[in-house]
Structure formats: C-alpha cells, structure tokens
Design a protein around this ligand. Structure first.
Ligand SMILES: *[C@@H]1O[C@H](CO)[C@@H](O)[C@H](O)[C@H]1NC(C)=O
Ligand SMILES: *[C@@H]1O[C@H](CO)[C@@H](O)[C@H](O)[C@H]1NC(C)=O
Ligand SMILES: *[C@@H]1O[C@H](CO)[C@@H](O)[C@H](O)[C@H]1NC(C)=O
Ligand SMILES: *[C@@H]1O[C@H](CO)[C@@H](O)[C@H](O)[C@H]1NC(C)=O
Length: 459
C-alpha cells in the first residue's frame, strides 16, 4: 500500500525529460503517468476525471466517489450527478474552450478537484501526446464504470429511446444507427438534449454513438461516426488507456466488489463506502413506470436475439474491453484484499442482490425531470406525445430542458450581470441566443427593473 508513498519525490522528471519523445512502449508510458498522477492525488493535490459512461451504473459510482473517496472534492452546490451546474448535459472540455488547463482552473475556482464527464469523451489526444501536452495531464487521475454492452444499450433504449423498442424493426434501425428514420427517436419523457447533450456541447452529433463501440469511442474521443472506422490498433490503444492510465475501471455487475479497487489506488474511506457499495441508484426508474415499454420477450425473443447478435458483432471492441475489465477487476481486487484486511472482509461479504432505495431521489417525476409544476404528458391529435409543462421563469432557468445557449467565459470569470439577475432569472436563460441580441424581454422587465434598457450590457 505504501509503494507510492515511499518515493522521496515524484518520479516524473527522472523518466521523461522536457521535449523528449516517449522512450518506451505506450502502455508502459501510460502506466507511469498514472503512477505520477496517483502520487499527486494521494498528496491531496491531484484532480479526478470521472468518465461516466452513460447508462452503466455511473450514478451509483458518482455517489460512492462523492461520499467515500479520500481527497475527493466534488462541487456540491447546484451540481447533479457529479457535474457542476454549468457543465451539466455538456461536454466539459467544450465548455472550457477545449483547454484542459482552463477546465482544471474552473473546477478549482468552483471549489472542487473532481468532476464527472458524462456528455463528452476522454481527452485522449492529450493523454497520448508526446512531451509537455501529455505531462500536463499528470495531475489527473481517471476512473470509469463499465457494463455489459448490450445491457447498457437496452437500458438506455428503455429509458431514453423508447421508440426504438416499439417493434423489432425499430430496434434494428436503432442498432444500425438510423434513428432519424423513426422520427422523434427519444422517449416522450426524455429529450434529445438529455440523450446527446445540449446543442453545441454534445457527446456526438448522432445517437449512433451509443450503438457502435460507445466505450471504445469515448476512450479514444472518436465520436464522429462519419470518420474512419475503428481498427484493431485503435482497440489496443483504447485498452491501454483503460487499463494502464485509469486508476480503476468499476464493473457495474459486480459493483460492491469491483469498487474496492479504489481502496488500493486512490484511497477509499471504507466506513463511508460500506453502505454505498450495496446501494444501486436508478435515477430513471420512475420514467419506466410512466411508459408501457415492451420487454425483450414481448418483442419476440428470437427476433431480438438476431438483432442482439448483430449488435455484438458490431460492438466487438466494446465487448473486448468489457471482458478484459471483468478479468482485471477480479485480479486487482484480490490483490488489494491481500494488502488490506478491511478490503478482504468487504470482498468476502455476502452479496446483496436487492436494489436498495437510493438515499436521495435523483429524478422523480415529470415535474422534476422538466422543471414544471403539475406537468403532464398527453397524446396530441396526431398521436404524438405533447408535454404540458407549466413553469415559472425560475423553474425554466433551473431546468436543463431548454437548449440554452451558453457563451464562453474565461476561467473564473463571473456570470455576466450576476447581481442583476434577481427574482429567479439568470443570464443563461435570459440571454439565450434564441432571444436575439437584446435577450428575453420578460427578463428585461422583471429582473432588471432598475436597469430597464440596459440588458444588452449583460447579454
Ligand atoms: C511494454 O513494456 C512493458 C514493461 O516494460 C512490457 O512488459 C511489455 O511487454 C511491453 N509491451 C510491448 C508490446 O512491447
Ligand atoms: C489554455 O488556457 C491557459 C490559461 O487557462 C493558457 O495559458 C493556455 O495558453 C491555453 N492553452 C491553449 C492551447 O490555448
Ligand atoms: C475530442 O476531440 C474534439 C476534436 O476532434 C475536441 O474538440 C474535443 O475537445 C475533444 N474532447 C476532449 C475531452 O478532449
Ligand atoms: C397542482 O395540482 C394539484 C392537484 O391537482 C392542485 O391542488 C394544485 O393547486 C396544482 N398546483 C398548481 C400550481 O396549479
């Protein structure tokens, strides 16, 4: 356990001099970067990038990291699913102008050293770069979650893309990534922005990302489905990043045990972790209850199997990563248990099969999802769903459900006109590009009463 702590100082300058090319093979180089980053983390001076792979148990992992990770400081105020408010439903890297130094600075200014990237990829270019760009990443430790690819996909369809499950043909269309053929392909209780991220800050232009080696593409930042196809070499690189650079890859099916890896890498408060290890948080459970979604057997087991086989074939890189992750997780946890008797005891604890109730409701109702009061979902005259979402401007400004434009800010720069936005209005809501250069007239009158006529100064 004290392997890293026994170093007198960080090994980094001894191994890679400024500007030199990577002198050794990639996987070894990444491993060294991880060791340096781990050392920073253990001294309380590192940063944590939690790559939240969607619909793969990331919410449970977020909860564990928030409460039990030693040295972890997530921004708590107004954050959600481990993402600071302004990065919610957005690629954090894009929000920070593609500059990871800015990202780190902003995170620090918000009072944190850890965040989750859910709607964007891993910064693979920097992680794989030679010289200074790669060394600048050595303040960052990485953690991610992984789940059986088909289970992940199916769960995502159930919760976010229910039209894909209306028939086996629709399912095949979504596996092939031709969602637009279905018309609105997202669930009535979902939104294109909650599936892909807010326009301009999206994970990818197309939901096809989720059915074509999503894990591999996230690790490599190869989210453009029209780009060159993934190769075996890409797969090897993704594998190196996942297993050499990441501090832990938590296998969701074996969450309680797999997460113990953290105890021997970044440090886990096992007392705080114990109850959380056996808690599975399912933020979207209520959506499911609101819709009548067929199960695999209702769609026809044989037909679904044929589509599933096609999915497995297409997603072979993701399956490779997943199987490898399961194997390595077992090995790493066993090794950790040999070093730490408390880990050994938890590892041997009987598995609780039951899904426990989340300690706090993450998403509960239509009102919570869309930010309304007495919202309802009704079938319109043409058979499509219509969402009625009565809400105040305050609710609207807080809700993700409105493709708010977000302007670039410099690191640490305050939200423009912060003092002006009283009575629930906010810059993001009032100055959305949709309203033109003068902002939203209603905000103008209500929130900037004394400053009538001067709104453009703030937008
Ligand atoms: C990379 O380096 C490690 C450590 O030196 C070694 O074990 C591994 O076999 C090397 N891999 C390749 C492909 O050369
Ligand atoms: C990133 O931002 C930092 C300041 O936050 C700046 O010093 C640096 O030059 C920027 N890097 C690039 C590539 O723009
Ligand atoms: C992923 O790559 C795109 C360009 O291809 C870049 O703009 C974006 O910042 C990258 N994302 C991360 C997290 O590095
Ligand atoms: C919401 O609905 C409930 C029950 O129908 C009603 O009592 C309440 O007044 C409604 N609230 C608003 C703000 O309309």
């Amino acid at each position: 356990m004290s392997m890293y702590l026994s170093h007198g100082w960080l090994p980094m300058p001894l191994i890679l001099g400024a500007g030199t090319a990577v002198p050794m093979n990639l996987s070894y180089a990444l491993q060294l970067d991880r060791d340096v980053a781990t050392e920073w983390w253990r001294r309380g001076r590192g940063m944590l990038w939690f790559q939240h792979l969607r619909r793969g148990g990331g919410t449970s992992l977020c909860n564990l990291l928030r409460h039990a990770l030693v040295h972890g400081e997530f921004v708590e105020e107004r954050s959600e699913a481990c993402q600071p408010e302004e990065w919610k439903l957005r690629d954090a890297s894009v929000v920070s102008g593609h500059n990871l130094t800015t990202l780190a600075t902003e995170l620090r200014l918000l009072g944190g050293n850890a965040f989750s990237q859910e709607y964007g990829a891993l910064p693979s270019r920097e992680l794989l770069a030679r010289g200074a760009a790669r060394r600048s990443m050595r303040r960052w430790v990485f953690v991610t979650n992984i789940r059986d690819p088909w289970s992940r996909f199916w769960s995502q369809l159930r919760h976010e893309m229910a039209p894909c499950l209306s028939t086996v043909q629709a399912l095949a269309v979504c596996v092939a990534g031709q969602h637009q053929r279905l018309g609105p392909w997202w669930s009535p209780t979902s939104h294109i922005d909650s599936v892909l991220g807010v326009s301009g800050f999206r994970i990818s232009a197309s939901p096809h990302i989720y059915s074509d080696n999503y894990y591999t593409r996230m690790l490599l930042n190869r989210t453009d489905l029209n780009g060159p196809p993934l190769t075996e070499h890409d797969y090897e690189v993704a594998k190196s990043i996942l297993f050499q650079r990441m501090s832990a890859v938590i296998v969701v099916e074996d969450f309680a045990r797999s997460a113990l890896q953290l105890a021997c890498t970044l440090g886990l408060n096992l007392e705080a972790a114990r109850p959380l290890l056996f808690t599975q948080i399912r933020p979207y459970q209520e959506h499911e209850a609101m819709m009548d979604i067929p199960t695999e057997s209702e769609l026809g087991v044989q037909d679904v199997t044929a589509v599933r086989l096609r999915f497995i074939e297409r997603n072979r890189f993701d399956y490779g990563l997943y199987h490898e992750a399961k194997k390595l997780s077992e090995i790493r946890v066993a090794k950790c248990a040999r070093q730490n008797p408390d880990v050994a005891a938890l590892r041997a604890a009987p598995m609780v099969q039951e899904v426990k109730k989340a300690p706090e409701p993450v998403v509960a109702s239509l009102d919570d999802i869309f930010g309304c009061t007495n919202g309802s979902l009704e079938v319109g005259p043409d058979g499509s769903y219509v969402l009625y979402c009565p809400r105040t401007s305050e609710q609207a400004s807080r809700s993700w459900w409105s493709p708010l434009g977000s302007h670039k800010r410099r690191a640490g720069q305050k939200v423009p006109g912060e003092h002006c936005w009283r009575e629930g209005f906010k810059w993001g809501f009032c100055c959305d590009h949709r309203y033109g250069p003068y902002g939203n007239k209603d905000c103008h009158v209500v929130s900037c009463g004394l400053l009538t006529g001067s709104l453009p100064r703030f937008c």
